[in-house]
Design a binder for this molecule. Structure first.
Ligand code: ZN
Length: 182
């Protein structure tokens, strides 16, 4: 398992006394970014937008999507604003996101193959069906617009918080502005 490799590496890392950067108390740039969980996207954003370690709070999930006004992403955004001094919100999708090819029905079939019972799936308690919930929204621009709309209309967010919607191109690093928040 990967965990064993990690523990082995970690043991050496600690023994060698590698320098650890002191975490800053608050993000240096007073902003929070919601983006996709794909492994390369964070480093792309760091390079293309000059975001250094400690500059922003970064929240990541599949597609960088707020699926529900009371989901855990919204919870983290609110905490970033009220506790972590973020006063600007960035929703950053990316072209070529694998979410556009994600097939929720196929994922549900794999759940069944791996032993998840019909009963468990029927017990999924949400106002959306399981497939719709897994899917979210698959077109990146729609995903960004929907998330921005959910965030900026959120009754618990200060009204004057700018919420921006952006899409980055992983092949060039170019950022397209979809929604310029005010
Ligand atoms: Zn993605």
């Amino acid at each position: 398992m990967l965990l064993e490799n990690m523990l082995e590496y970690n043991r050496k890392f600690v023994e060698d006394g590698q320098p650890i950067r002191e975490p800053s108390l608050y993000p240096n740039k007073n902003a929070v970014v919601l983006t996709c969980m794909e492994p390369q996207i964070e480093s792309l954003l760091r390079n293309a937008l000059d975001l250094q370690d400690g500059d922003v709070e970064m929240i990541k999930n599949a597609g960088g999507f707020v699926s529900d006004p009371y989901d855990s992403v919204m919870r983290s955004l609110l905490i970033a604003v009220y506790e972590r001094r973020a006063d600007e919100v960035f929703v950053i999708g990316h072209y070529g996101c694998w979410m556009k090819d994600f097939d929720a029905e196929a994922a549900i079939e794999r759940m069944k193959l791996q032993g998840v019972s019909e009963e468990s799936m029927e017990g999924f308690n949400n106002n959306k069906g399981l497939a719709e919930w897994l899917n979210g929204s698959q077109q990146v621009e729609e995903m960004v617009r929907t998330s921005v709309s959910t965030i900026e209309n959120h009754p618990l967010l200060p009204e004057d918080t700018p919420v921006h919607g952006l899409i980055v191109d992983p092949s060039t690093g170019k950022l397209d502005v979809i929604v310029y928040g005010f």
